[in-house]
Design a protein around this ligand. Structure first.
Ligand code: ADP
Ligand code: MG
Length: 262
């Protein structure tokens, strides 16, 4: 069984024929467990639309999306919301972290929302910080972290519910080349070492080279679909793991506020 599969997926925007945009025109796609799939294509070719439909954020005009064999169209709104929260992880070009919360709090947020007891949420958040190489920055708020570090925290938040699929829209789009390489290496490692299935849109050929498979979209159709041949070994950069003293101690007040606003 595939983690995610689409059959004859189409998506059109607009009702009047003259202004109708056919963003997807029949996409058949199968993604295996642990596969790192890169999607490239010119602007407007349907990449974000495809990602949104895979994630259940948008519904297709026709065709099917099967997540772990379940047809998303057969789910009611509540079930689709739960599926999106628990089986999907999203990361974006702009990291979308909550600015007043620490790295650890940002990561534990989805768990708290899902009603996981605080002790367990904290333990899982700490494990996740370790997995994304951010243990030494757990008490830092996003504004005190580099772009690459923020994206690593965002990846931790996206994965803390152990989703079947991680969807990434230009995850390195706002990063310089060093940070971009670290984030790419992290995604590569998550797929290889933890069997995390990842679908990522990228404009960067260097990022795409680290994927297992590359799809090219053009005008809403898959133009090319093939395995990536690696000329070079997989990038594996050492992420800083040592525990340094946090610059900003965790303020108790903010933790209370965090709980109350939930
Ligand atoms: P990409 O991510 O590859 O740049 P998109 O999936 O964002 O492309 O868009 C594909 C096409 O669909 C574009 O022509 C875009 O203008 C159109 N489109 C995307 N979203 C909407 C929307 N909400 N309403 C109308 N047209 C849209
Ligand atoms: Mg896009």
């Amino acid at each position: 069984m595939y983690v995610i599969e689409t059959r004859g997926l189409t998506k059109s925007y607009g009702t009047m024929e003259e202004v109708r945009v056919h963003a997807l025109r029949g996409v058949d796609l199968e993604v295996r467990e642990g596969e790192l799939l890169a999607i490239m294509g010119p602007s407007g070719s349907g990449k974000s639309t495809l990602l949104h439909i895979l994630g259940g954020v948008e519904v297709p005009s026709s065709g099917q999306v099967l997540l772990e064999g379940v047809d998303l169209a057969l789910l009611n709104d509540d079930a689709r919301t739960i599926m999106r929260r628990e089986r999907m992880g999203f990361i974006f070009q702009s990291f979308n972290l909550l600015p007043a919360f620490t790295a650890e709090e940002n990561i534990s947020l989805p768990l708290e929302l899902a009603g996981v007891p605080s002790g367990e949420a904290r333990r899982r958040s700490i494990d996740m910080l370790k997995m994304v190489g951010m243990s030494h920055r757990k008490h830092h708020i996003p504004g005190t972290l580099s772009g690459g570090e923020q994206q690593r925290v965002a990846i931790g938040r996206a994965l803390v519910m152990e989703p079947a699929l991680l969807l990434a829209d230009e995850p390195t789009g706002n990063l310089d080349s060093v940070n971009g390489r670290q984030v790419t290496a992290l995604l590569r490692g998550l797929a290889s070492d933890h069997k995390q299935t990842i679908v990522m849109v990228t404009h960067d050929g260097e990022v795409a080279k680290q994927a297992d498979r590359l799809i090219r979209l053009r005008d809403g159709l898959i133009e090319k679909d093939g395995m990536v041949t690696r000329e070079r070994p997989i990038v594996k950069e050492v992420l800083p793991m040592k525990d340094v003293k946090p610059l900003i101690p965790k303020p108790v007040v903010r933790t209370c506020l965090f709980k109350r606003t939930m």
